[in-house]
Design a protein around this ligand. Structure first.
Ligand code: ADP
Ligand code: ZN
Length: 725
C-alpha cells in the first residue's frame, strides 16, 4: 500500500513517470523500517531513495553528507518540488542557523541535511533528542572506510551516533563498488544483517568512444562542432594543458573557462558556478573538478589525455548524462600519454607500484579492446557483461562493412620490422617503407633493405595508423623500455600463414553521431522543436538568474525537450510532461505556457494533445499497473507495452508483478518467451527458485554463482510466480 503512495509522490511531486531500477525495492525496504545499504552508480537516482520516504514518515529524516557545497543545491531542488528541507553546516551565519533550528523545532521540516561535524556537536545532538527521527541516512557512506578513496575520520563516529537513534531506520548510500569498502560500511555501521542493494554499474545512456589522438585540438573542434548548445567537461592531465586548451577553444568562439588547483579559490568557485548555471558551455579541467557537481544535463565528457585508471575514468565520465539522456564520452588515446603514465609509475615503489601497474594494465585492456567496451569496463567492477553488444560504444556501433582488409600492407610492414632487426619505432619503419632519405635511414643502411620504398602509396600517417592497428590486433608489441616494435607469437601467421588483418585504420575521427542523431535517442530527443527549446531555455535562464538558482533546479532539459515536442498549450496538459510536479506547475507553469503559446500561435502549431493526454491519464491515474495488467490480459505483449508506454521492459514486468500480487492470473508462457536463456538454463533457474525462494532475487543470484543476470532473473521470477499462483 505504502509503495503506491511512494509512486504517487514520484509522479505528483517529482513529475517522474516510473522508478529507476531498484528505487522501488529500496523505498519499500526503508518504509518497512529495514536498514538498507545501497550501492548505485552516480546518476543512478540514490537521492529519491530517502527523499520519497521522508515524505511518508511522520517524523524527520536526517541525511549526513560530507559534501557541504551540495547541500544548498539539494535543499533548493527540494524546495522547488515542495518538500520542506533544510541544512545545518558551518557555512550558515549564526542568525540563519538559529532560524533553521527554530523551523526544525516547529516540526514543519521533513528532511534535514547535516555535515558530519555538525552532527557531532553537542547542541545538534541535543536538538535531535527533542525530535522524532524516523530515518537516519548516510550519504557517501564509503567515507567511513579507510579503503575508500575519500576516508573521513568523522564518519567513523557515525556508528556510535547511529546507536542513539535505535528507532530510526538506517539507510547508507554510496557509488563506490569495491567489496572491501562495502564490507567496511556494513561492519562499521553494524549492518551485517541488513539488505544490500547493488545496482548495475552499467550506465546505459553513455556512448563510449576512444579515438587515436593525433591533432587533439582539431579533433576536439570536430567533436564540438555539432554540439554548440550542449554542456560538457574536458579533462586534461596538467594545469598547463588546461589553460592552453581553454585559451584555444575561446579563440575559436566557444564559451569556456578553465578549472584547476592552480587557480585562486574564488576564481575556481566562480568558474564552477558559471558552468553549473549555464553561463558557459564548457569547462576545461584537471581531475580537481567534479566532486559535488550535481548538474544533470552534462552532455559530454572528453578526455584530452589518458586518465589515471579505470576507476577515475569511470567517475569522470559518470558526470555525463545524469538525467538519463544519451551523453557522449570521448577519450583521445596516444602512446605517449601511456608512456607518461608509465614513467610516473616507474617513480613509485613496492605495493604502490604494483597496484599502479595493475591499474594501467586494466585501463589499456579497456582502451585497446576490439570487443564491446562495456565488457572490460563492467568486469573491472566485478560485474559480468553478458550481452554480446551494447550498441552504445564505438566498437559496437561500427558497421561490419567498415572493416577493411589490410593484409597486404601488414605483410609489408611486418617484414620491414623483421629486416630492420626489431629495433625501431613506428616512425622509422614508415620512413623505410616510404623510401625516405632521412639521416637515420642512411646511417643504418636501411635504404639497402628489400622493403625500402615499397610503401610509397601510403602517407606516413597511414603507416603509423597501421602500426597501431597491428598492435591492437596483437600482431606487434612495443618494447616497454625502448618503444621499438617487436613481433609477437601471432605475427608469423599473418606474415606467412593464412591469417588476414581486418580492421579500421583511421581511428582519429571524433565527429560521429550528432548529425543523424545519436544512438539510443528517443523519439522525443530526435524530433523535438529546437527553436522552441531555445526559447524555453531563455525563459528558464531568466527565471534562474532572478531566483539565483541553477537553471536545472527549475526544470531539467528533458522537461523543456518534452515541452518542445508535445507543444502543451493548456495547464491540464502540463502534468504529463517529465519533471512537472504539482509545486512546479503552480510556480512556473504559466511562464512556460506563455512562451509555448506565443511560439505556437506565430507558427500555427497545434499541441500533440492526443499523445500527451494519453500520457497524462496514465501518469495521474496512479494505478498504472492495472492498465498494464488489463492490456496484457487483452493480448498485448510485454515488448509492445513497453514501447507504447515509453518505458523499459523491466518496468512493465514490475507492473505485471503488482498485477499478479493483486491476485490476477498471468499466463506464464507469455512471460517465459522474453527470456534469452536456453530452456535448460531456465529450468536450472526454476530449480534454484524452488530451493531458495523467488522473492529475494539476490539469493537465487548468489546460488547460481552470479551466472544469470538480474534482468533475466526478473523475467523468470515473474514467470515462476505466475506458474505458482
Ligand atoms: P545519484 O545521487 O545516484 O548520483 P541522483 O539522485 O542525483 O543520482 O539522480 C540523478 C538524476 O536523475 C536527478 O536529476 C534525479 O532527479 C533524476 N531521477 C532520479 N530518479 C528518477 C526517476 N525515477 N525518473 C526520472 N528521473 C529520476
Ligand atoms: Zn558495446
Amino acid at each position: 500500500m505504502t509503495i503506491e503512495k511512494a509512486g504517487q509522490i514520484l509522479q505528483e511531486t517529482f513529475g517522474y513517470n516510473s522508478f529507476r531500477p531498484l528505487q522501488q525495492e529500496i523505498i519499500s525496504n526503508v518504509l518497512a523500517q529495514k536498514d538498507s545499504l545501497v550501492i548505485m552508480p552516480t546518476g543512478g537516482g540514490k537521492s529519491l531513495c530517502y527523499q520519497i520516504p521522508s515524505m511518508l514518515f511522520p517524523g524527520l529524516t536526517i541525511v549526513i553528507s560530507p559534501l557541504i557545497s551540495l547541500m544548498k543545491d539539494q535543499v533548493e531542488q527540494l524546495s522547488e518540488v515542495g518538500i520542506p528541507a533544510l541544512f545545518l553546516n558551518s557555512t550558515l551565519s549564526k542568525e540563519q542557523y538559529q532560524v533553521n533550528v527554530a523551523r526544525i523545532r516547529s516540526g514543519d521540516v521533513k528532511l534535514l541535511y547535516l555535515a558530519p561535524e555538525t552532527l557531532m556537536m553537542a547542541k545538534t545532538r541535543k536538538l535531535l533528542e527533542e525530535l522524532t527521527i524516523d530515518c537516519f541516512t548516510i550519504d557517501e557512506a564509503h567515507c567511513i572506510s579507510e579503503w575508500g578513496h575519500d576516508f573521513r575520520p568523522e564518519y567513523r563516529q557515525l556508528a556510535q551516533v547511529r546507536k542513539d537513534f535505535p528507532n530510526s531506520v538506517c539507510l547508507a548510500l554510496t557509488a563506490t563498488a569495491t567489496p572491501r569498502v562495502q564490507e567496511d560500511i556494513r561492519s562499521s555501521l553494524e549492518m551485517e544483517k541488513s539488505e544490500v542493494f547493488v545496482a548495475s554499474f552499467d550506465r546505459k545512456n553513455l556512448i563510449l568512444k576512444i579515438a587515436d589522438k593525433q591533432k587533439p585540438l582539431e579533433q576536439i573542434l570536430d567533436f564540438l562542432y555539432t554540439r554548440k548548445r550542449e554542456s560538457g567537461i574536458i579533462y586534461c592531465f596538467s594545469r598547463r594543458q588546461v589553460d592552453e586548451l581553454a585559451y584555444d577553444l575561446k579563440q575559436q568562439g566557444y564559451s569556456v573557462l578553465p578549472y584547476h588547483a592552480g587557480l585562486a579559490e574564488q576564481e575556481r568557485s566562480d568558474h564552477q558556478d558559471a558552468f553549473i548555471r549555464d553561463r558557459i558551455q564548457i569547462i576545461v579541467a584537471t581531475v580537481a573538478f567534479g566532486m559535488g557537481i550535481n548538474k544533470p544535463d552534462v552532455r559530454f565528457v572528453i578526455h584530452h589525455d589518458m586518465p589515471q585508471n579505470i576507476e577515475s575514468y569511470y567517475q569522470q565520465i559518470g558526470r555525463a548524462g545524469r538525467d538519463g539522456r544519451t551523453a557522449d564520452c570521448l577519450l583521445l588515446y596516444s602512446y605517449s600519454d601511456r608512456q607518461k603514465i608509465q614513467y610516473f609509475i616507474g617513480q613509485k615503489e613496492g605495493d604502490e607500484k604494483e597496484i599502479a601497474e595493475k591499474h594501467l594494465e586494466d585501463l589499456i585492456g579497456y582502451l585497446e579492446t576490439q570487443q564491446c567496451r562495456r565488457k572490460p569496463l563492467m568486469n573491472y567492477f566485478g560485474e559480468e557483461y553478458t550481452e554480446s553488444e551494447c550498441g552504445m560504444c564505438d566498437n559496437c556501433l561500427r558497421e561490419k562493412g567498415d572493416l577493411e582488409d589490410y593484409t597486404t600492407e601488414a605483410r609489408k610492414y611486418l617484414s620491414t620490422v623483421v629486416r630492420s632487426g626489431q629495433r625501431f619505432g613506428a616512425h622509422h619503419i614508415a620512413d623505410i617503407l616510404r623510401g625516405s632519405s632521412a639521416k637515420k635511414i642512411l646511417e643504418n643502411n636501411h635504404d639497402q633493405l628489400t622493403t625500402y620504398g615499397i610503401g610509397k602509396e601510403w602517407s606516413k600517417d597511414q603507416w603509423i595508423q597501421l602500426s597501431r592497428l597491428l598492435i591492437r590486433s596483437g600482431y606487434l608489441k612495443k618494447d616497454p623500455d625502448h618503444g621499438s616494435l617487436i613481433l609477437t607469437e601471432e605475427s608469423e601467421s599473418l606474415l606467412r600463414g593464412g591469417a588476414s588483418l581486418l580492421g579500421i585504420l583511421d581511428r582519429t575521427q571524433t565527429a560521429s553521431g550528432a548529425a543523424g542523431g545519436r544512438r539510443g535517442e528517443s523519439e522525443i530527443e530526435k524530433k523535438y522543436d529546437e527553436f522552441l527549446f531555445e526559447e524555453l531555455r531563455k525563459k528558464r535562464k531568466e527565471l534562474a538568474e532572478k531566483l539565483e538558482v541553477p537553471p536545472y533546479v527549475i526544470f531539467p532539459d528533458t522537461t523543456l525537450m518534452e515541452m518542445s515536442y508535445y507543444y502543451p498549450q493548456s495547464e491540464e496538459m502540463l502534468p504529463g510532461i517529465y519533471g512537472v510536479g504539482s509545486a512546479k506547475l503552480k510556480k512556473y507553469g504559466k511562464d512556460f505556457l506563455r512562451v509555448i503559446r506565443t511560439y505556437c500561435e506565430g507558427k500555427k502549431i497545434d499541441d500533440r494533445a492526443g499523445v500527451l493526454v494519453n500520457k497524462v491519464k496514465k501518469t495521474t491515474s496512479g494505478k498504472k499497473y492495472e492498465q498494464v495488467g488489463q492490456a496484457f490480459e487483452q493480448g498485448k505483449g510485454v515488448l509492445e507495452l513497453a514501447e507504447e508506454h515509453g518505458v523499459k521492459t523491466a518496468t512493465i514486468l514490475s507492473h505485471l508483478k503488482s498485477w499478479l500480487d493483486d491476485g490476477n492470473p498471468l499466463e506464464k508462457e507469455r512471460i517465459v518467451v522474453l527470456s534469452g536463456l536456453s530452456e535448460r538454463k531456465q529450468h536450472e533457474v526454476f530449480k534454484v527458485f524452488d530451493l531458495v525462494g523467488a522473492d529475494v532475487l539476490k539469493h537465487a543470484y548468489e546460488e547460481l554463482n552470479k551466472s544469470v543476470d538480474y534482468n533475466e532473473l526478473r523475467i523468470l521470477q515473474l514467470a515462476y510466480q505466475a506458474g505458482h499462483s
